[in-house]
Unconditional design. Structure first.
Length: 507
């Protein structure tokens, strides 16, 4: 979905889908953004823009999650948390925290790679939200990170390290440089981004929680402190809850901008762009005097055509686009290439076929942040009883519609769902015959991520079941998913589901 805009203005959010915990940099005339990808693969999305408003997805930096065996099955809220993107010494660098493993970094000569294998810079539980700084004035390198209480028992503080300039090791044991327990009213301080400006070390970091918090700024003459603090962005009387956690970037003409997220329930964390300036007191001023803007004059950058990360896909040659991610490290042969168009997903045998949340072989993309219609055509190419394929809305609760081979050999149109507390799915509507083994599947996603399911098996479109309210996981927004499954105990190859003409259109 593109941000609504005119030739002179833009409207927030600029990325109206779950691009969680964004960080942004400029290299020459190009802007690059990455975001959390949690347990999905490939990870670390890479977005590009020339105007800070229109963005395209150009790739991913992480082919597989490590350690590989830990991500052989879905761990939706684990994996890659809150990355930092930097450009130093003619290389791109990304640092992130895995709350169960520690702090990793990868680097590459170009944004499209090749990226190095993940290097574990600091091992430990609960180490999250790392950000490096190479100080051009002194040649020193530093790292700051936050803590996840769920793993470490620690939160609301930032730890700083001196770092080897090649980012292969840390040079000390670390020191708490900001303890927000000592700041009245502050809690859940996290997501730090580290900068040098005007003779100060700056840490831009959110606090107060993802749904209700604010953006803080901290400054000190020395990296290890002491730091002063100030709230520089908060909801005030706007409808932008919890406006925080992101990155500062400066344009070639010297304008300053801040990119951050807003938590929107099932839609995940959508991305906003705020004007930024430096006040007379030397502190940054974000948005409209500290309140988020809904509409604003565009950055002073060359005009660009409207653009947004791709959603539609014809799957040429059986290949899927960059917008798709598996729910875990993928297995061999899950999607097979062929001479025609259409996504051919193998009916993967699984003991967990009754619960899509447990399956690594679901191919997903982000739920659109505005009302939209999702459509895909499906043909079930399997003779095995119990084999199925479909289109899903996947979160803590899920619902899907698709085709299944019945015990009597016929193909049925089925619609199933599971509540967040349910351990397995059940019918959302009565199965009905699909005599040609084909169906046009459709989901209308209305306001509040309320989803209405439809199907057409050759006799015209019909609605199916009750309205389903999409739900997120704890940190991840709801996802759209395509899948093909078969019973675990069958012999040999179980066939495939062929998906064609995937489309998302605004309602």
């Amino acid at each position: 979905m593109t941000a609504q805009q005119t030739d002179l203005t833009y409207r927030n959010p600029i990325l109206d889908a779950d691009w969680s915990d964004p960080d942004v940099i400029r290299v020459g005339d190009d802007f690059y953004l990455t975001a959390s990808s949690f347990g999905r693969v490939p990870g670390l999305p890479l977005l590009h823009s020339r105007d800070l408003v229109n963005w395209t997805l150009v790739g991913h930096a992480l082919d597989r999650l490590e350690p590989a065996d830990a991500f052989a099955t879905p761990r939706h809220d684990c994996g890659v948390w809150a990355p930092s993107l930097r450009h130093h010494d003619d290389r791109f660098w990304i640092f992130w925290g895995d709350p169960d493993q520690g702090i990793y970094q990868i680097n590459a000569p170009e944004i499209r790679g090749p990226w190095t294998r993940p290097h574990l810079l600091k091992a430990g539980k609960g180490l999250i939200d790392p950000c490096p700084l190479w100080d051009d004035e002194t040649g020193e390198a530093y790292l700051v990170h936050a803590w996840a209480r769920s793993r470490s028992g620690i939160k609301n503080r930032l730890t700083g390290h001196r770092m080897h300039p090649d980012a292969t090791s840390l040079l000390d044991e670390g020191k708490v440089i900001v303890d927000a327990d000592r700041i009245p009213g502050w809690f859940t301080l996290e997501g730090p981004k580290l900068y040098r400006h005007d003779g100060w070390f700056w840490i831009l970091a959110p606090a107060g929680g993802v749904e209700t918090g604010w953006q803080g700024a901290f400054r000190s003459r020395g990296f290890f402190g002491p730091y002063e603090e100030k709230v520089v962005l908060e909801q005030k009387d706007t409808d932008v809850n919890g406006p925080h956690q992101g990155g500062w970037v400066r344009t070639p003409s010297g304008e300053d901008w801040f990119v951050h997220f807003q938590q929107r329930g099932a839609y995940g964390r959508v991305v906003h762009l705020q004007p930024m300036r430096w006040g007379a007191d030397g502190w940054p001023v974000l948005g409209d005097d500290g309140a988020p803007v809904a509409v604003h004059e565009r950055p002073d950058l060359p005009p660009q055509p409207p653009a947004a990360p791709a959603t539609d896909d014809d799957f040429p040659g059986g290949r899927y686009g960059r917008q798709w991610q598996w729910t875990a490290n993928p297995g061999d042969g899950w999607a097979t290439q062929h001479s025609g168009d259409g996504l051919r997903l193998t009916c993967v045998r699984s003991a967990d076929a009754h619960d899509l949340r447990r399956l690594p072989s679901v191919l997903t993309q982000r739920l659109p942040g505005r009302p939209a219609v999702v459509e895909v055509e499906l043909r079930l190419d399997s003779e095995e009883p119990g084999a199925r394929a479909g289109l899903a809305v996947l979160g803590d609760a899920f619902s899907w519609i698709g085709l299944q081979r019945a015990a009597d050999g016929t193909v049925q149109l089925v619609h199933r769902f599971a509540e967040g507390v349910a351990e397995q799915e059940r019918d959302a509507d009565h199965p009905r015959p699909a005599p040609e083994g084909r169906a046009l599947l459709r989901i209308e996603i209305g306001s509040g991520a309320r989803c209405r399911f439809f199907h057409d098996v050759g006799d015209g479109p019909r609605s199916s079941g009750q309205v389903f309210a999409a739900t997120p996981w704890r940190w991840v927004g709801a996802l759209l998913g395509l899948f093909a499954l078969a019973p675990e105990d069958g012999p040999g190859h179980a066939g495939a589901g062929l998906f064609t003409h995937f489309r998302i259109t605004a309602m």
